[in-house]
Design a protein around this ligand. Sequence first.
Ligand code: BDR
Ligand code: CA
Length: 311
Amino acid sequence: QTNVILDCDPGHDDAISIILAASKISPLKIEAITTVAGNVDVGKNTLNALRVCDIAGLTEVPVAQGSSKPLLNKMEIAEEIHGETGLEGPALPNEPSKQAVDQHAVDLIISKVMASDGDITLVPTGPLTNIALAMIREPNIIPKIKEIVLMGGGTFGNWTPAAEFNIYVDAEAAKVVFESGVPITMFGLDVTHQALATQETVDELSEIDNPVAHFVVDLLKFFIKTNQDVFGMDGGPIHDACTVAYLIDPSIFDFNHVRVDIETRGEFTYGMTCVDTLGVTNREPNVKFAHQLKPNKFWKMFEEALESYSA
Ligand code: BDR
Ligand code: CA
């Protein structure tokens, strides 16, 4: 069993990642879901997290709302990918059955990690604002965090030519996290673009007959379309799901250990993750960098996770 806090901005791929984590094939114990401003504003992301909890049957998991804006930047959202609600596509339950807890995400992260035996893995799939703030507010959490398994960055960008959305939105926060010394496992665009959902994926997953699988299929249909329209891709890369896929079965991915630094000053490169693939900096690697996904294994796990929601 791995204890996790999912820090997210749902978001189609964030939602799918929660659903994989909550499935019966998952060894994860979800300690909490925390939200951050990202794909849409933090209030919408929180509402979506609560809705996904209902869909995935996560009645007991606390949801805490977090930062409403990045450390220094103006808010930047990704409505053209995720729609106005942040989770456009499927019919959504109007009112979630539970509310967010009355504690800020940053405080919840700190209290959970401090109370733990050093066995909590943080899984950020949005901008890193909450994680950086938690580290700044209570540095004693830093040696107690087991691992940070995040989606962000890569050797190319999707928000600028150099920067990926999650890192671009709050590069200062990313810098705090990447320089913290906590072991980081990073799923950047190099690998998440290999987790590409296509029309064929939709056709196959449509055969799974339960409400959770139907919900995921509806999410994917919308997400594939916007990724085609905006990026001209052949499908929708379900970026964030790579983090949970790894925690369910690490053998789905291949890694190398590299130094990654965050660009916070470049005119054209703000938010870039500088991945030292050839070791030219001679600096100690700080990241386990996923570079290869095994598609057959990934999609088999994905189908099994969705099938596990059938009665
Ligand atoms: C990341 O940005 C968001 O839109 C997605 O949810 C994912 O976390 C991909 O760049
Ligand atoms: Ca996300």
